[in-house]
Write a protein that binds this ligand. Sequence first.
Ligand code: C2E
Ligand code: CA
Ligand code: CA
Length: 779
Amino acid sequence: MKSLQNKIFLFFVILLLMVQSIAFWTLYSGKKNQEAAEINNRLTTAKTIFTELFDRRLTYLSTFAETVAKDYGLKEVFNEDTRSLLFALNNHRKRIDADLAMTITAEGVINGQLQRYFINGKDKIRQGAERNTIFRFNEWLGAGQAAHLYMIDDALYQLSLSPVTVGAKTLGWIAFGFEIDHRLASEFKKITDLTTDFIIKDEGKWRLISIKPNNTNYNRALELAVQVIDNKTPDKYIATRTLINEFDDKELGVAMHGLRANFVALLQEQWWKFLFLAALTLLLSLTSAYFIAASISKPIKRLVTQAKVIASGDYQQKVSLKDKNEIGQLAEEFNQMQAAVLLREEAITHSANHDPLTDLPNRNLLNKTINQLIAQQQSFQIFHLNLSRLNDVNDTLGRDVGDKVIKELASRLQHLHQKNNFKALAHTGADEFVLLIENMNVDEIVTQLNVQLEPTFNYQGISLHFQVRVGIAAYPEHATNAKSLLQMAVMALHSAKKQSKLVQIYHPDLDINTVERLNLINDLKQAIPAGELTLHFQPKMCLKTRKVTHAEALVRWEHPTLGMIPPDNFIYIAEQTGQIKALTRWVFITALAQYNAWKTQGIDLNIAVNISAENLKESDFHQFIYQSMIAANVPAKKITLEVTESSVVEDPEAAIKVLAEFKDYGMKISIDDYGTGYSSLAQLKQLPVHELKIDKSFIQNIENDEDDRIIVRSTIELAHNMGLHVVAEGIEDEFALNWLSDHGCELAQGYYISRPKPAIDLTPWLLAHLNIKETKGSV
Ligand code: C2E
Ligand code: CA
Ligand code: CA
């Protein structure tokens, strides 16, 4: 329900329903009014017609009776012979088709009465039952010519009386009547379309005279007629009533009615048509609303999908929307953003694989190339070049000159590289270059190298002259992996230097170092039990508060005879001989103990420990870490594990598995030496990691190197976008510290803040720095 599409659709639905309801309501009340007006009109007309017709019949009767009263023939027989009287009376009756004809003597006796009646639909005339009786309404006789309602048995008549006179003498009266019955009723029905019922109230009870009591509909018709007269007509009907004055202790009522539906049938039919059209338009509108909603949200959905694709690290796909509107522009911006991200990532990858000064491939890329060649089983030679006297230049003329010289030498080597189509040229250290060469005569190359590099380099009037020494190792003759091959080339180079030779090809006898190395391996075994390993700690500062919040544990070996050996010289031996397992465990336990010692002095620091790639391969490593943490009672969130980028890239799946476990415990995972490996951001996203530790090579020179600044800035941005924190190591001056702080880097580590120191030396510094009053002596 929350999606944009549904919301738009819902909006349309509500809008349409509102509009339709208003239209519906207006038309509905219009229809009701029209109906009422129509019905009212019909009923009023019907009532008027009835009254007029009824009155006209009376007028007609009166005029006729008056005329007949003047007839001589009738006068002559009036009191004489009955037969002749009735004959004359019937002749007159026929002229107006009256239902009743009557003569009354001067004494008030009915002496002639003719009554029409019906048998099987045919009408007949008979003598009335009242002959020779006294006329019931003596008071009518004095009043001259007049009209009345008159009842004989069940039949009701409209009656008109007229006196028959001779001179001043009244002979008697003559009367004619029309019956009020079903015939009159059906006549009205024809004219008005309304059923007309005549109804009489006799001794408090109503009865119908327009329908015979034996008719099967009688009771129903009576009930309805009474309801109409009482003004209680059921809704199904429309009706009008007329009450005709009382007569002879009775009442005559006229009920005219019809089925409401019959009268509004046309309107109703129009109404159904309207409803059908309304439903149809609603359906069509809703359908188009649905499609409009979909067409608005569809491109947005595509952008959402695209955003997910980008987030997964795929920058190649583009969204193409034909829309020229805002969404189309958004898609365009989207593509540009994607292109920008791609460019930046390419720039970062490039700088991770190239030396910033010469832009030649660095050790990472070299390793990669060597591994590729080995994978293709192509034989090749590694030429490890060293330029003598470059250090002197740095020391005497300054680094700027040194850098210029290196650039110049790099371009001369590049020239040679292109000319001879070597496999690779890499810049692996200030004065060190490596060439990968396939199947070429060694002497010839060395000659070419010297020819190319020997020309003097002129700087402000000073001529500099360089000499190149070369150590060579060959694949597959000497070794079958990159690391050993490179070490052998270095060994050969050392040997060349020692013997002041220009070139030395590796051979096993050169391994004089191995004796040293073997001793070191043996000694390392003793180092832990003998207590020769110690830990130094280097603080990490929170750049927001400028307070130290973390410390990294860095191992040292105080060799009984060789003195202090830096970790770079023995960690790799420990890794290769399997002793790294014991070493890391010792470091971890000792570091946790230091955490607790500091804790008692009020110093609460997160402790970072370096984990080697080899450790990640141990099957019980995570168990060890977990158990030691529990045993030392150190909260997991106070522990950071630093893992180098390259060790993760070596075997990502295994690394992810172990690191995810640590993350679950609540420990922080930091990617050490970030930027020197060649992991892509997409790869990093897969890792259960909290922070990136940008390698010191990007930081040390940040004041002077714009490329480094660009790399570091975009790395911080990208890390933040991925929800990671950033630590910078190798901060050697105030500029670097402030610059990183300005660019949102979270933590800083470096000589400028503090060199790594034994805890005993670091503690007073920490207490002062953190403003803590010393309570106990340091540990
Ligand atoms: P690392 O983990 O990158 O440690 C940082 C190194 O940079 C330390 O060298 C530290 O002294 C140095 N450093 C710190 N600040 C600066 C600075 O401002 N400028 C410069 N130029 N250097 C700075 P250290 O102690 O010689 O350690 C070298 C490497 O040895 C470490 O690099 C780490 O990879 C490894 N290492 C040290 N202790 C252990 C350990 O206990 N276990 C494992 N597996 N490796 C360790
Ligand atoms: Ca580290
Ligand atoms: Ca590092």
